[in-house]
Design a protein around this ligand. Structure first.
Ligand SMILES: C[S@@+](CC[C@H](N)C(=O)[O-])C[C@H]1O[C@@H](n2cnc3c(N)ncnc32)[C@H](O)[C@@H]1O
Length: 262
């Protein structure tokens, strides 16, 4: 992601997964190792093979519960932003949605995603697209948008939320890293963050993620045009983390899940 990417015509790569699964168990296993060894999420590939450990499977099952994605998505158009290897996109497809997935995969991660789509015989349409470039003219509008683990990577988080609002006609589920300062937790604050690439290139001392307080998330979503905002999961142990922030003189962080409605 670069500053230049904002406002430019998005680089779009579309692919519809194949209808056949040519992998026997041994080939599946060797592909999982070749494309790994570490996978971001625990995708069930069938034939008793999962790309993640039991611990990872439990972690993602918990995240799924916390997101509170509707069980029945029949007839809904759904967008998964920052899909990575497609775990949540596949789950929403399984629940009946017509799913579009976007990410800024590098070639290796994109190969993983395409492998998963092929093995799962998925009909998910996918685009290599930056969240800052989301555009209703290219993608259409969605009844449900999932943006999990992406906002804190964004150089322009408010612009990203405005772009998300532009493609949402129903509900957004936003999961992000939330700032827990020692004081002023009720103030809509966000840490300065130069964006992933610059942060990595320069060894940015605050870590590679930009985090915001819950009030910032609330105000920013409303400013981006969402009519109603509800935090459905707040960072756990925030009193303890606030104390840590005070002692270390460095804000703490935790995950939150927010639902926003147009
Ligand atoms: C922490 S992972 C989250 C993956 C998955 N959504 C989840 O919650 O487990 C972040 C993903 O977002 C993608 N990403 C980062 N910045 C992005 C951007 N500006 N636009 C679209 N995707 C982005 C990354 O490539 C990566 O796949």
């Amino acid at each position: 992601m670069t500053q230049d990417s904002v406002g430019q015509h998005p680089q779009v790569v579309q692919h519809v997964a194949g209808q056949d699964n040519p992998f026997d168990t041994e080939r599946l296993k060797s592909e999982v190792v070749r494309l790994g060894p570490q996978w971001h999420s625990p995708v069930d590939l069938g034939q008793g093979i999962n790309t993640g450990s039991v611990k990872l499977q439990k972690r993602f099952a918990r995240r799924l519960r916390l997101f509170q994605i509707p069980q029945d998505l029949t007839g809904k158009r759904v967008l998964d932003i920052g899909t990575w290897d497609g775990f949540f996109a596949l789950e929403m497809e399984r629940r009946g949605a017509e799913v579009v997935a976007v990410d800024i995969w590098d070639e290796f991660e994109y190969e993983k995603f395409k492998f998963v789509m092929k093995v799962r015989n998925s009909g998910i349409r996918h685009f290599r697209m930056d969240v800052h470039d989301l555009c209703p003219d290219v993608l259409g509008k969605f009844d449900l948008v999932l943006c999990a683990g992406v906002l804190y990577h964004c150089r322009y988080p408010l612009v990203a939320l405005e772009k998300i609002r532009g493609v949402t006609q129903g509900q957004l589920i936003l999961e992000t890293v939330t700032l827990i300062p020692a004081f002023h937790r009720n103030v809509p604050m966000i840490m300065f963050f130069p964006g992933d690439e610059e942060a990595m290139d320069t060894n940015w001392p605050w870590g590679i993620a930009g985090a915001a307080t819950l009030p910032w998330i609330n105000c920013a979503l409303q400013s981006a045009g969402f009519a109603r905002v509800e935090h459905v999961y707040r960072p756990s142990f925030s009193a303890w983390k606030g104390l840590q922030a005070m002692v270390t003189n460095n804000p703490a962080r935790g995950r939150s899940v927010t639902h926003a409605f147009v």
